[in-house]
Design a protein around this ligand. Structure first.
Ligand code: ADQ
Length: 492
């Protein structure tokens, strides 16, 4: 890795087009192949040296996509007394330039813990009861988005395709336009979108819709999210979308697209196979003996439905006593956003419920529920998925949920486990051969776990083969190709 100053980015001397560009299905002119560089913008930019250890769906998916020639721009993870907004430091690694800025301490709390994770995140996960809104937080959110735009502008070149990610940066495209940026700009939302009756709970809902409409392309994980966004565009901006989900706003054509995210399934399958040889996998195997494993892997977040999941496991042991002593539930829940009050409450709640279940069902030589909150290495997790008889993925709401796809990819095809999947995960739209459950119904989830634990090898193989075909065809690379294909398409 080399340290370079980000002005101008060094990547221009590299190959003419990244593999993202080269593999795009969209018709490209030779000129476009030569001049279009992909500029990924996300709140957090993973450190190139720590890519493998990153927990979080966005970073994982885009790490597969940030190939040679692209620029990845975002927050350094550092809080500064002041931000300069002028020159970001860039680290160049394998042809990708990582350029970052610091966020001013006085803005960070309000932007990140305040508006982004205290208002937008709960609202977009249908949890209006957890929404905390105040004007200073929103002002800080706007200010940080403005800082990002100001710092990015000097790094841009004509023809760059700017691809902004996720709910922390919803107003950045409008700030770039205000600074005179004419490049094509796309925005992809990794989390769900909500219908107008919910979005309007947020006081600046209409301003956010207008700011997003500064983009040329806006992408979502599911058809339901696309429909919800268009409903909002009609209701709050008064636009009329055509049959291609395009609408005109402020002299611009905006296209709303469905581009579900995926994983590199083949690479993940290899990782899982190799992971069987890791010391972590050996320790897990030894500790389980012949017992079946039910596995949950999530960030510790209230959208993931963890208290309900613990209850469902308790119901399994209560209603199907044949599984007592024969099964273990391992929940890996990496701590996240610990400065936000609702996350601290969740952690205490899980501690209590885990204690209740273990107190009720443990024996002197068997503890049914194992629950850990420190992060686990990605390759170890891959091995755990492969050993698990049940992959328990039961969010109350989720944009996609990549854990569901990773679980499917990691299985031994000759003896696969069973995926139990919430109907409210975006992944449920695609992975219909999973056992689909309502995560609010503990008895239904318990019954699905039971069904999975006793399922015949033939049925497990059939379900898994269908799921694997889907996971292999909707990869992270395809997601990038699809989205960038739309972004590169000529203006209507
Ligand atoms: P997340 O909410 O972070 O992502 P998810 O899609 O499940 O959720 O991705 C999590 C990723 O982090 C997976 O690759 C997983 O292996 C890893 N991970 C999770 N828990 C971990 C742990 N305890 N230790 C180590 N690694 C862990 C957001 C949206 C999702 C959307 C993604 C991608 O909330 O809905 O699918 O972005 O768009």
């Amino acid at each position: 890795m080399t340290l370079v100053m980000a002005q101008p980015p060094a990547v221009e001397k590299g190959p003419l087009a990244s593999s993202i560009l080269a593999s795009s299905p969209a018709k490209q002119s030779t000129r476009a192949m030569v001049t279009n560089r992909t500029v990924i913008v996300s709140n957090r930019v993973p450190s190139p040296t720590e890519k493998a250890a990153t927990a979080g769906g966005l970073a994982v998916a885009l790490a597969d996509a940030a190939t040679e020639g692209s620029l990845w721009f975002g927050w350094s993870g550092r809080r500064a007394d002041e931000t300069s907004n002028e020159a970001a430091i860039a680290l160049s690694d394998e042809g990708v330039t990582f350029a970052t800025i610091d966020i001013a301490e006085r803005e960070y709390q309000k932007f990140y813990n305040g508006f982004a994770n205290g208002a937008l995140w709960p609202l977009l996960h249908y949890r209006t009861g957890l929404l905390r809104f105040n004007r200073p937080d929103y002002e800080a959110y706007l200010a940080v988005n403005r800082s990002f735009a100001q710092a990015l502008v000097p790094l841009l070149k004509p023809g760059d395709l700017i691809w902004i990610h996720d709910y922390q940066l919803m107003t950045m495209a409008a700030e770039l336009r205000a600074l005179g940026v004419k490049n094509r700009i796309g925005f992809f939302l990794h989390v769900p979108f909500v219908p107008p009756s919910l979005l309007q709970v947020l006081p600046p809902a209409t301003q956010l819709m207008a700011a997003l409409s500064a983009c040329d392309v806006i992408g979502f994980q599911t058809a339901g999210d696309v429909a919800a966004f268009l409903e909002n565009a009609v209701a709050s901006l008064g636009v009329t979308p055509d049959q291609n989900n395009c609408y005109s706003y402020d002299g611009r054509q905006v296209r709303v697209v469905l581009t579900p995210i995926g994983i590199d399934a083949k690479k993940f399958a290899k990782l899982a196979e190799r992971a069987e040889l890791t010391p972590e996998a050996a320790r897990l195997h030894e500790s389980l003996g012949d017992r079946a494993l039910v596995l949950g892997v999530d960030r510790l977040d209230y959208s993931k439905g963890l208290p309900q999941r613990f209850d469902a496991f308790g119901r399994l042991l209560y209603a199907y006593p044949q599984h007592r002593r024969a099964v273990n539930f391992l929940q890996i829940a990496a701590r996240s956003r610990q400065e936000v009050g609702s996350y601290q409450t969740l952690r205490r709640e899980l501690d209590r419920r885990a204690g209740d279940i273990n107190g009720e069902f443990s024996d002197f030589d068997w503890v049914p529920l194992r629950y850990m909150t420190h992060p686990v290495k990605r390759n170890a997790i891959a091995g755990f998925y492969r050993r698990a008889n049940i992959g328990l993925v039961t969010p109350l709401r989720d944009g996609m949920n990549l854990v569901a796809k990773e679980y499917v990819a990691a299985q031994d095809e000759s003896n696969p486990g069973v995926l139990v999947l919430s109907k409210f995960a975006g992944a449920a739209d695609e992975l219909t051969e999973a056992l689909i459950v309502n995560p609010f119904d503990a008895d239904e989830v318990a019954t699905a776990m039971h069904q999975g634990l006793i399922m015949s090898l033939k049925e497990r193989r059939e379900r898994h083969a269908s799921l694997l075909a889907k996971v292999r065809s909707t990869t992270a690379q395809r997601f990038c190709e699809q989205f960038l294909g739309y972004l590169r398409a000529p203006r209507a």
